[in-house]
Structure formats: structure tokens, C-alpha cells
Design a protein around this ligand. Structure first.
Ligand code: EAX
Length: 360
């Protein structure tokens, strides 16, 4: 097991090194005038790590999009679909250059850079967003949605549209809600069946107050950190476990250093596709139409890919000797409900919670 942790660590270190090199060679910000005039300097900015997935060389409007997730994962699959569709709908003029594995920084960094127009796009979980737009925090409540259909109905409806619109306060156009998935808990010590099994365990969470409060209410010690730090933290014992959707656990190979996965479905985790408002405003009407169409169709593709991927991913982990435990979710829901008594102290918009409850 130790060799596996070392291998995983070396992978992260290697990507980190290449990221640093990649960043050194990248130019500075891309302002909207460049986007339209498709400055040729953009192409010199497209160096990156070995995992970088550059669009067609011939494209002149290049949109750099970052994600913390693995190249084989469901975020990147959706971005690759959008890359293909954008090239098609713009007659080859526009493309995405995809930077996985935190090459452009952690989720909070990327959101700030997109807001400043330093980076064109990112695809990130809702984890860090409430630090910028507090209303997003309601989406991180435990057991808010029973299934994906309920989540899509709310996220694609009035509530989701309004939340995305609030990102303009940060200089960001919220393009759409894609899917991270229902978040499961993993560890390397023992099988987790009920919340009592979490007692005394240090569980890595996103830097998100609602997730932290929920794990504390379940009896664990919530330990927030950026995703890129997870393998080091697991190796050094800073944390005993972490929580993420199956697609992340499998594609990032977390299961190689975590023998137990418990299917608690504690949170439904969307991810948000963002573009710098200044970049989008610099598009021609035709470019906006191509971008919007490609993004909308890629969202549907990515959600379908996400749910089909999970079944295969669980089998991959079982074949690798991982214990995948189904739990009695009613027991978990009862324990997690304590967080709903903390809406005021967590500064959550109660009217918005009620609106979601009544519209799902
Ligand atoms: O957005 O930090 C996390 O656990 C996220 O799920 C991951 O970065 C993908």
C-alpha cells in the first residue's frame, strides 16, 4: 500500500512541477480584445503539463479552461465534448484548451483568476463559491436532493438561473451547472456503516462551511483543504479519509490508497462552468451563439456521462479489492439533519432553502 501512496504522490508532484513550468511559460491575462482578434500570442500561452488537451491548432479564439480533476474524469470528458462542439459551431474559429489536474491552481484560485480576466474559464465544484456568493451555500446542504432529476430541475430552473446570475458580481458569467455527483466517504482504516463509525475520524472536506458543519454534526473532525493536497494529507495521516463522488474517487485513483468507500450520498455536488465576463462580452454575436450552444449541449452530455460512468467505476474499484458499502441512508439523514438547525449561524438564505424544497 505504501508503494501505491508513493506512486500517487510522485504523480501529483510531477504534475505540480509541470504546472509550474507551464505557468512560467504562459503569458498574462487575455483581454476581450484579444479574444476577438484572436491574438496569435494566445497560441504561445497554451503550453502546459502533459495532461493538457489543446484544441485544434487552427482555431484563433482559444479559451483556456482549468479544472482540478483528472484527465480521465467526468469533468474533462464534458469539456472535451464542448471543445469538439465549439469548433464545429464556430467553423473552427473557437476552441477550448483544457488544463486538468489543478495545473491552473485550486478551485478558489481559478475562480478568482476568471473573475479578474486572467484566465478565460474554469469548471469547479460549488465548494469555494459561497466565499464569493453566499447564496450558493444552500446547494451544499446534506440530502437536499434525493436524486439527479430533482437536482437538474432546480439547477436548470429559476433558482439555478438566479444563482448563476449572481456570479456577475465577481466579473464571471455562470454558464451552467454540470455534474460532480453524490458525494461518498472513503477511508483506509475500517468499514463505515453508520455515523458512529465516523467518530474521531479526520475527514478531508472542501473548504466549505456547510460541508464542514455536516461532518462535525456526524461526529467526524472535518479537515478542509484544496483537492490538490489530498494525497499528501492521506500519506502523512493528516486525514484518515475524504469525501467525493465516485467519478472523482475512481478517476483520481483515490481508491488505490483508500480501501473503504461508503455510499452515503451525503451531498449532491454540482460543478459550475464559468467564463470571464470580459471574455464573453468580447465575443461577436455569432461567437456567443456558438459558445452558448456548445456549452448547453456539452452539459447534457456530461451529466449523462457522469451517471453511466459511476456504475463502471464502482466495479473497477471492487475488482481492485475496495470494500464498497451500501448504508441505511435514513440513519445518516437523521444525523445530518442537525445542520438544518444551524441555518442562521451558517448564514444560509432560509427563503432560498424553502424555495428549493418546494420546487424540486
Ligand atoms: O471539483 O475538491 C473537491 O473535493 C472537488 O470535488 C474536486 O475538486 C472536483
Amino acid at each position: 500500500m505504501k508503494n501505491k501512496i508513493l506512486a500517487a504522490l510522485l504523480t501529483v508532484a510531477l504534475v505540480g512541477t509541470m504546472t509550474a513550468c507551464g505557468n512560467k511559460s504562459e503569458g498574462g491575462s487575455t483581454d476581450s480584445s484579444n479574444t476577438q482578434s484572436s491574438s496569435s500570442t494566445a497560441s504561445t500561452d497554451t503550453e502546459g503539463g502533459e495532461d493538457t488537451m489543446l484544441g485544434a491548432d487552427s482555431a484563433t479564439v482559444r479559451l483556456k479552461v482549468g479544472t482540478t480533476t483528472a484527465p480521465e474524469g467526468h469533468y474533462v470528458k464534458g469539456l472535451q465534448e464542448m471543445q469538439k462542439l465549439l469548433e464545429e459551431y464556430s467553423d473552427g474559429e473557437m476552441t477550448l484548451d483544457i488544463y486538468p489536474n489543478s495545473q491552473l491552481g485550486n478551485e478558489r484560485d481559478m475562480m478568482e483568476n476568471v473573475g479578474m480576466g486572467v484566465q478565460e474559464m474554469c469548471l469547479i465544484s460549488t465548494g469555494p463559491i459561497p466565499n464569493f456568493v453566499s447564496d450558493f451555500a444552500v446547494l451544499d446542504l446534506p440530502y437536499l436532493f434525493e436524486n439527479e432529476e430533482q437536482a437538474y430541475k432546480v439547477l436548470d430552473g429559476e433558482v439555478g438561473t438566479s444563482l448563476l446570475g449572481q456570479l456577475d458580481s465577481q466579473g464571471i458569467k455562470g454558464v451552467g451547472f454540470w455534474e460532480n455527483g453524490f458525494r461518498e466517504v472513503t477511508n483506509d482504516k475500517k468499514e463505515i456503516v453508520t455515523p458512529d463509525d465516523l467518530k474521531g475520524m479526520k475527514i478531508r472536506t472542501m473548504e466549505n462551511n456547510v460541508h464542514m458543519a455536516t461532518y462535525q454534526a456526524l461526529g467526524a473532525t472535518a479537515t478542509p483543504m484544496a483537492w490538490s493536497e489530498i494525497f499528501t494529507a492521506l500519506q502523512q495521516g493528516t486525514v484518515d479519509g475524504q469525501e467525493n463522488p465516485i467519478a472523482i474517487i475512481e478517476s483520481a485513483k483515490v481508491y488505490e490508497v483508500q480501501k473503504y468507500v461508503s455510499m452515503i450520498d451525503l451531498f449532491y455536488s454540482p460543478c459550475v462552468l464559468m467564463i470571464s465576463q470580459s471574455t464573453y462580452d468580447g465575443f461577436t454575436d455569432a461567437q456567443k451563439e456558438a459558445f452558448d450552444k456548445a456549452a448547453e449541449e456539452a452539459k447534457d452530455y456530461q451529466r449523462e456521462y457522469s451517471s453511466s460512468y459511476n456504475k463502471e467505476a464502482i466495479q473497477t474499484m471492487k475488482d481492485a479489492g475496495v470494500t464498497v458499502t451500501e448504508v441505511d441512508k435514513a440513519v445518516w439523514q437523521e444525523a445530518a439533519n442537525a445542520v438544518y438547525d444551524q441555518l442562521d449561524s451558517l448564514n444560509l438564505n432560509k427563503e432560498l432553502v424553502e424555495k428549493i424544497q418546494s420546487s424540486k
